[in-house]
Design a protein around this ligand. Structure first.
Ligand code: SAM
Length: 334
């Protein structure tokens, strides 16, 4: 049977998404042929951006106030969760489960118990795996294994597994109800490394100039001496407290949620006019969103735009995983 005939016969698998942000994971699953039927997000501004770009049900509010028996929810085949990472991130204080944000993962469990999805997809910072000597992750795995899920996990760097020129190491957990599915995914499901020659060129991402507000000399942390050496107009640089470092492998440093405020770790580029930060539109491209289709509502502040896109995911990486999950779930008997 040809693949397209098979696709026609299958009803799309249904996805429910927690901690949806602006919908990077939802977009990736949608592009991979799933139907996202509901999602949940607490941040008002992220919800506005989400609604501008998706028409399915978005439940706005704290996950802690939701119950799987609420009529608003429908049963799904897959649950996804890009749960908050501050409690595990190197950028935060890494208090793990002592930080309320570190326990939100467990708030998805009642939904998993109620719907018993065939598969689960989680994404987080790479430090989650080693946080507290591996104890944090061990607890997460334990509660999933108790529910008879088989877990595949891996750290993937966006610039190695997609054409996007962004260094972004993230921890991916893919869980299956069927052992056979998990074994198949572990063998064949992870995305393959790309040839670095195929990476999107700098000029496909970066515009020739930008609005005045993005230029470096508007910022109080501007040290003229530190930027004397910056002359490469097709390289990504990174501000390091008091100096600027060229990113030698030609990729952009990890986009972060606080890059709108300037300062440490902010990616910078020298365009045809002057030194500047990236625009939110360029950041969307670096996460693999098509910025001609995916847009921010006009009333979203500049700092929220950076936060939303920095908090999101690299869409093509998630999309390859989602596509491979679907192939296995649809074509291999449990
Ligand atoms: C790392 S971001 C996930 C972003 C998402 N994967 C995307 O592609 O945009 C985590 C999200 O969880 C949301 N969040 C934090 N606490 C929450 C809660 N208690 N209930 C619902 N959402 C929450 C945050 O507002 C944030 O958007």
């Amino acid at each position: 049977m040809k693949n397209d005939q098979r696709d026609y016969l299958h009803k799309p698998m249904r996805v429910g998404s927690f901690f949806a942000g602006i919908g990077g994971i939802c977009l990736a699953f949608k592009n991979a042929g799933y139907e996202v039927i509901w999602s949940n997000e607490m941040d008002k501004s992220a919800c506005k951006t989400y609604r501008k770009n998706f028409s399915h049900l978005l439940i706005e509010g704290d996950i802690c106030s939701l119950k799987p028996t609420d009529k608003i929810f429908k049963k799904v085949d897959i649950i996804t969760g890009g749960f908050p990472c501050q409690a595990f991130s190197i950028a935060g204080h890494r208090k793990g489960f002592e930080d309320k944000r570190g326990t939100l993962f467990f708030k998805m469990l009642p939904f998993i118990d109620e719907y018993k999805p065939k598969a689960l997809f989680f994404e987080n910072v790479r430090y989650l795996k080693t946080h507290n000597g591996g104890e944090t992750y061990k607890k997460m795995k334990k509660v999933l294994e108790k529910r008879h899920y088989y877990i595949c996990d891996r750290v993937l760097d966006t610039c190695e597994y997609s054409m996007l020129p962004q260094h972004r190491e993230r921890f991916y957990m893919i869980c299956f109800k069927s052992k056979k599915h998990a074994e198949k995914f572990e063998k064949y499901g992870w995305p393959e490394k790309i040839d670095p020659k195929n990476r999107l060129p700098f000029n496909d991402i970066i515009n020739k100039t930008a609005d005045e507000i993005h230029y470096f000399n508007n910022y109080p942390w501007y040290y003229k001496d530190a930027i004397k050496e910056i002359d490469d107009k097709s390289a990504f640089y990174q501000w390091r407290r008091v100096y600027c470092r060229k990113n030698k492998n030609g990729v952009c440093p990890t986009l972060t949620a606080n890059m709108g405020g300037g300062g440490h770790n902010v990616p910078l580029i020298m365009d045809s006019r002057d030194l500047r930060r990236l625009t939110p539109q360029e950041c969307l491209r670096l996460q693999g969103f098509d910025d001609k289709i995916f847009v921010f509502p006009d009333d979203i502040s500049m700092s929220s735009r950076y936060k939303q896109v920095g908090n999101s995911v690299s869409v093509p990486v998630v999309q390859s995983i989602a596509k491979n999950m679907r192939n296995i779930l649809e074509n291999l008997e449990e």
